[in-house]
Design a protein around this ligand. Structure first.
Ligand code: ATP
Length: 216
């Protein structure tokens, strides 16, 4: 980094993205804006150890790339899809991912781990979660239907890591689980606005989310 250049502020947004949907993009866009981020990484979970029966990681990576390619320019131009968890063997631990990103971007980079409020409550169950504050700030988005009283303050934390902050995003009552259920039932119509067209085409072409017996 050249002298006088401010340290980069980087949002790290991990997820299964099975499939990526409008709320993921809305969270990312809100974080870029509210947390004054320079870059945002969509970290596709390689092997999500807390979930079962997820789609193959290469499919989820490709869908995230397609979703971002069709996102509004303000998001597309400042975000990228990060594949480090696919390139690592074993379960995908956020502590390992943040350690890698800290090495990549250096000690002066401001790293912000972005999570939904449901994940914030779940945080103590994450593997080696006590290592996270040394590596990044934790930034929590409000998620539709979740009580907000347990969230951290809105004030941006100082320093490169160790703080917690919450930020507002539009309430979107949507989950990948609900989308998979709709897709398995053959319901395209009600979800069309929630999934990028190219992602829907990919889902069709690769026959994802079909119930085994209904797929024939
Ligand atoms: P699933 O239903 O399969 O559990 P999901 O829709 O919650 O998936 P993930 O890929 O597991 O999506 O989530 C990635 C991140 O996005 C998590 O931090 C989660 O809290 C957040 N997130 C997902 N849906 C929403 C939403 N509707 N509003 C705010 N945050 C969300």
């Amino acid at each position: 980094m050249s002298a006088g250049t401010a340290a980069p502020r980087i949002g790290v947004f991990g997820g299964t993205f099975d499939p990526p949907h409008a709320a993921h993009l809305a969270l990312a866009a809100a974080a870029l804006d509210r947390l004054q981020l320079d870059r945002l990484l969509f970290v596709v979970s390689g092997s999500p150890w807390q979930k079962h029966g997820v789609s193959p990681a290469p499919d989820r990576l490709k869908m995230m790339e397609l979703a971002l390619a069709q996102a509004p320019a303000a998001l597309r131009e400042r975000a990228e899809v990060e594949r480090c968890e696919l390139d690592r063997a074993g379960p995908s631990y956020t502590a390992d991912t943040l350690a890698l990103l800290r090495r990549r971007y250096g000690p002066d980079a401001v790293l912000m781990l972005l999570i939904g409020s449901d994940q914030f409550r779940n945080l103590p169950s994450w593997h080696r979660y006590d290592e996270l504050p040394a590596l990044a700030h934790i930034a929590v988005a409000d998620r539709a239907g979740m009580p907000a009283d347990h969230l951290p303050p809105r004030t941006l934390p100082a320093g490169v890591a160790g703080g917690t902050v919450s930020f507002e995003m539009p309430a979107i009552d949507l989950s990948a689980t609900a989308l998979r259920t709709a897709l398995a039932a053959g319901d395209r119509h009600s979800i069309a606005a929630m999934i990028a067209p190219d992602v829907l085409d990919y889902i069709d072409a690769h026959r994802l989310y079909r119930l085994p017996k209904l797929a024939e």
